[in-house]
Write a protein of this length. Structure first.
Length: 127
């Protein structure tokens, strides 16, 4: 999945509709859950959008029993628990050598972990 595909997948899960990317500008627009037109969120590159994604996941998704984020200087690990005490919950780990920017490393791990939960219907996601 490309970054753009991930961004669109997350926006759709958050309720955005009619998502289209302009061939001229490359901007991706859609209709937000409140019915307003605008640019879809970009949680991979924007801290505010990543924070909103995190809040959306833990406060509005019934399949999310918890979100664990471990940050150290060399890596970020994110795990979305899809039910309380899930022994099989797999973490997404993004290392410094694959993503040198520590803020993007955290955002990337968060996005990948939420996409994994979304795409796993057996774990309670919305695939």
């Amino acid at each position: 999945m490309t970054d753009q595909e991930m961004r669109q997948r997350l926006a759709e899960a958050m309720g955005w509709t009619d998502i289209q990317t302009s061939k001229i500008s490359g901007q991706t627009h859609g209709i937000d859950p409140d019915g307003n037109a605008g640019t879809i969120p970009n949680p991979l590159d924007n801290d505010s959008d990543a924070a909103a994604l995190e809040v959306w996941c833990v406060t509005t998704r019934p399949w999310c029993a918890g979100l664990t984020i471990i940050v150290d200087p060399a890596r970020v690990e994110v795990c979305v628990d899809t039910y309380e005490g899930d022994p099989d919950a797999e973490s997404v780990v993004v290392h410094q050598d694959t993503e040198p920017d520590p803020r993007r490393r955290r955002r990337s791990a968060l996005c990948w972990a939420i996409c994994r939960a979304l795409d796993d219907p057996e774990a309670g996601g919305e695939a």
